[in-house]
Each structure stands twice: as structure tokens, then as C-alpha cells.
Design a protein around this ligand. Structure first.
Ligand code: SF4
Length: 221
């Protein structure tokens, strides 16, 4: 892999993103509670579905304290509509831990975030990036898919999402300093173009550099 390829990848990706950024309410706020709720809702579901619950959730539970005092059934009712009933208890436990351990403030440290029920590395990094402008790289299956395809990265784990070496290799390919701009561009590109099934390689601004396309071309010849 030539060293200029990451540079070209980022230049073309960020140019593509100028006209293709998806606008969601959680992207226009830096309220840590709002960002945390959005990330909880975005787990195991897509952004369009999460959107249907996000506004209603914050209308009924506008603060961490209101979530602590919420009737669990009301929380289940809202997030159950998008198939996340099983996360309702975690959400309340998370809010309770923030109140009891962190004085009602969403913590700004990764280690502290990871102590919260239901918060794993992805949510912790997403909160740090989108609420606190920290230079983190939240890595989920979408990010892994794009980087594995384009850069030909591989994991020897059965669940690549848990592969710390792969995560380090992906983060290493990000520009320095990292900002929310790069993370949002990757998310949007992986969702709209480099989809899990039937990626739109014909619309991809860097298809001629992509390892995945090269493999497909080889196999077709
Ligand atoms: S060429 Fe296709 S597989 Fe490669 S990064 Fe673009 S959309 Fe993804």
C-alpha cells in the first residue's frame, strides 16, 4: 500500500461528505446527555429508526435526573418501538450511575465512561468525540467494513469488533488531529455507499484505489 493512499482516501471522502452529510438532531448538539442517549438508541438499529425515538425520548426525559425518576415502563414503551426494549433497564442504570458516581454529569474520561452500565468502547468514544470534541475514533461494524474493504485490513478474530489490534490499525489511518468531521464522514459513507450488502462501488469516489474492488476485478478476470 502506497503511503499517499490514506491521504487520497481522506481528501476524496471529505469532499464527498460536503454534499452528502446526513443531518440528525444529535449531530447539532454537544449536550453530553443528548449525545449519550442518541448513541444508546443507535446501537443495533439504524439512524432513521433511532430518529423516531430520539425526539420523543428527550421530550419525556429531558435530563439525566428525569430519566432516573422515570417509570421503567415508559422508557420501555419509547425504545421498544424501535426494538430496543432490552436496553431500557441499562439506560436507567446508566443514568443512575451518572447521578450517584459522577454528580449528575456525563463523565469526560474514557475510563469513567466505560464504568457506566451499557457503555462500551464505541459509545464511550462517540460521546468523547461528539460531545467533548476529543480526538477519538469510535469504531463499529460500519467503520470496520469500510476500512477492511478499502485498505484490505483483516482480523483473525471471529468478532472483528472486539479486535483491539484491528481497531488500532484503523485509528492509525486517520489524519492527525482527528475530529468529528472525519468520524461523521466515515459513518455516512459506510451507510450510504459502502453498504454491507451491494456496496455502490460505481458511486465511490475512490473505487480505483480500493483493495476490495481490486480483488473483485481479479476474480472476474
Ligand atoms: S469501491 Fe466499493 S467496496 Fe471499495 S470503498 Fe468504495 S464502495 Fe466500498
Amino acid at each position: 500500500m502506497q503511503t499517499c493512499i490514506p491521504g487520497l482516501f481522506w481528501t476524496r471522502l471529505l469532499n464527498w461528505h460536503i454534499n452528502n452529510e446526513r443531518l440528525y438532531p444529535w449531530r447539532s448538539t454537544k449536550n453530553p446527555y443528548h449525545v449519550l442517549i442518541a448513541e444508546f438508541l443507535l446501537q443495533q438499529t439504524n439512524a432513521e429508526l433511532a430518529l423516531t425515538a430520539y425526539t420523543e425520548f428527550l421530550r419525556l426525559f429531558p435530563s439525566i435526573l428525569s430519566l432516573v425518576h422515570a417509570d421503567p415502563v415508559d422508557v420501555e414503551n419509547i425504545i421498544g418501538r424501535i426494538g430496543l426494549t432490552y436496553r431500557a433497564q441499562r439506560l436507567k442504570q446508566c443514568a443512575e450511575a451518572i447521578v450517584t458516581t459522577f454528580d449528575g454529569q456525563v463523565p469526560r474520561s474514557r475510563n469513567n465512561l466505560l464504568t457506566l452500565p451499557g457503555v462500551g468502547p464505541y459509545i464511550a468514544d462517540a460521546v468523547l468525540c461528539y460531545a467533548f470534541d476529543e480526538p477519538t475514533v469510535p469504531i463499529d461494524t460500519n467503520v470496520i467494513r469500510l476500512f477492511s474493504r478499502f485498505f484490505g485490513l483483516k482480523s483473525n478474530k471471529s468478532r472483528p469488533r472486539t479486535d483491539k489490534v484491528l481497531a488500532e490499525n484503523i485509528a492509525f489511518l486517520y489524519p492527525n488531529p482527528i475530529s468529528r468531521r472525519e468520524n461523521l464522514a466515515v459513518l455516512d459513507f459506510a451507510s450510504l455507499i459502502c453498504k454491507a450488502k451491494n456496496p455502490h462501488c460505481d458511486l465511490c469516489p475512490f473505487s480505483c484505489l480500493c483493495a476490495f474492488t481490486a480483488i473483485k476485478t481479479c476474480h472476474n478476470n
